[in-house]
Ligand binder design. Structure first.
Ligand code: XMP
Length: 513
């Protein structure tokens, strides 16, 4: 069986990064809240534990404790920041209260020749990232100091006999030099794990697991053409073949040519069992006269469920609902508050499973977005699917500002096509997070030949982002903007002005509605 590391989450903002770094080193890792039952964690048979950082002081009433059970079964442990302090506190050392917080870079000197720092270059003056108040004042019995910084004498400690190691700094953040090397030393030299996690091993084990989970049942899955649902579908297809029923709902709010592109591609390359439901009419009818963004979202959400439900019920004997839920949806950074705060899975299709009485199958629930992209490549998907920009569920409805009508959708669709084409032709498509056009609910005066015009305005929204939580407008070269503008004004009937949105998020958002 493959080696696994469990990260006990004490609520750090960067706990997810620990999981990512460990996976990048080739070892599968999962995050579990510090309120988990230690017996359940032990039953998962991890090869090592990592205790994350967290916002508490061990002296706070209500500070999350470290169950002694973790220290008793001999599993190798790495404590990071709060993880180090709670180790010291629990094992009889002393944690000194902070007089001030240390946040930012520090210079760390490794002492002695602890395997944690094997092969780390210039380990006597390593730049590391600190974010802490308290620090360990006195080491617990059996521990020795293995590193200091100017401010913190006990900046790293270990008890090799029990295989417990701890650092005050954050090896998981990019600002810590050679942090990946330090984590790898813990995984391979100290805990003796073997790297076995890769995307091809994921594909094989996931297909096997899905086949077992579904047995001889049938799965229905809503395919949007986005990478998550597409990869989920292809994995399920490998596992159960034609017993996977994919449903693509055309809600009339898609981009130019999207339906043909998605369906054509999937049928041709993967031979999926796929049904395209033309529901444009019902969506557009229900959206008539609606200009409030939240009302639009609700109508679209409910109508989708209705259409999808009807189609799913028409499949005889379907028992499972497939979904492309990702790992960040499954865990939350606040998971240390306990299991009740942890799960927000299937939030994307709120209500679907309960309503439909189907069991969930989520092939991607262990993966981060970049890992899904790697799986897609492993499955032989082309670049244009792997690097597709995110596209909101409500589609163009939230980009036609104000009332939605067919002619207004057509204008937006055409302008948006120009934006997509120019981004791709200039090589910028991969470099930006999202790029699209928005149709504004106003007309302005222009001049064409000798005539006055009074026509629509298109806004261009092109942003850089890492996770859509924050975003900044892309400094796109002026000549590309110029080409987009002149093509839209020349080619899209009814538009005589193009503007470029130069707001960042926050305080703006990526979408206009
Ligand atoms: P905002 O506009 O909140 O968007 O900055 C952040 C990201 O979420 C996408 N988005 C949505 N996706 N349903 C979706 O599935 C929605 O209602 C929705 N609203 C925004 C948006 O495209 C961006 O990637």
């Amino acid at each position: 069986m493959q080696d696994k590391v469990i990260i006990i989450d004490f609520g750090s903002q960067v706990t997810q990064l620990i999981a990512r770094r460990i996976r990048e080193a080739g070892v599968y890792s999962e995050i579990h809240p510090c309120t988990s039952d230690p017996a359940a964690i032990k039953a998962m048979n991890p090869g090592a534990l990592v205790l994350s950082g967290g916002p508490s002081s061990v002296h706070d009433a209500g500070a999350p404790p470290l169950p002694k059970a973790y220290l008793e079964w001999g599993v190798p442990i790495l404590g990071i920041c709060y993880g180090m302090q709670i180790l010291a506190h629990t094992l009889g050392g002393e944690v000194s209260r902070a007089t001030d917080r240390e946040y930012g870079p520090a210079v760390f000197s490794a002492l002695g020749d602890c395997p944690l720092f094997d092969g780390v270059e210039h380990k006597d003056r390593l730049k590391v990232w600190m974010s802490h108040g308290d620090h360990v004042g006195r080491l617990p019995d059996g521990f020795s100091r293995i590193g200091s910084t100017g401010k913190v004498e006990n900046a790293a400690m270990c008890d090799p006999a029990r295989k417990i190691y701890a650092v005050q700094f954050h090896p998981e953040v990019a600002h810590t030099e050679q942090g990946a090397r330090i984590l790898s030393n813990f995984l391979f030299k100290i805990a003796g794990l073997k790297p076995g996690w890769s995307m091809s091993s994921f594909v094989d084990s996931s297909v096997k697991r899905l086949a077992e989970q579904v047995g001889d049942g049938k799965v229905v899955l809503g395919l949007s053409g986005g990478i998550d649902s597409t990869v989920a579908a292809v994995l399920l297809h490998r596992a159960i073949g034609k017993r996977l029923y994919c449903i693509f709902v055309d809600n009339g709010l898609l981009r130019m040519g999207e339906r043909e592109e998605v369906i054509g591609f999937l049928r041709e390359h993967f031979d999926l069992n796929m049904k395209c439901v033309d529901a444009q009419k019902i969506f557009l009818e229900r959206l008539t006269g609606v200009d409030d963004p939240e009302k639009k979202r609700k109508i679209i959400g409910h109508t989708f469920i209705e259409v999808f439900d009807r189609e799913a019920k028409a499949i005889e004997g379907v028992g499972f609902l497939g979904q492309g839920t990702l790992y960040p949806d499954v865990i939350e950074s606040v998971s240390f508050k306990g299991p009740s705060a942890v799960i927000k899975s299937h939030h994307n299709v709120g209500g679907l499973p309960e309503h439909m009485n189907l069991k969930l199958v989520e092939p991607l629930r262990e993966l981060f977005k970049d890992e899904v992209r790697k799986v897609a490549a492993e499955l032989g998907m082309p670049e244009n699917i792997i690097w597709r920009h995110p596209f909101p569920g409500p589609g163009l409805a939230i980009r036609v500002i104000g009332e939605i009508t067919e002619p207004r959708l057509d204008i937006l669709r055409h302008a948006d096509m120009v934006v997509q084409q120019e981004l791709r032709a200039s090589g910028w498509y991969r470099k930006v997070w999202q790029g699209f056009a928005v149709l504004l609910p106003l007309k302005t005066v222009g001049v064409m030949g000798d005539d006055r015009t009074y026509e629509h305005v298109i806004a261009l929204r092109i942003v850089d982002s890492l996770d859509a939580m924050t975003a900044d407008w892309t400094r796109l070269p002026a000549d590309i903007l110029a080409r987009m503008s002149s093509r839209i004004i020349n080619e899209v009937k009814g538009v005589n002005r193009v503007v470029f949105d130069i707001s960042s998020k926050p305080p703006s958002t990526i979408e206009w509605e």
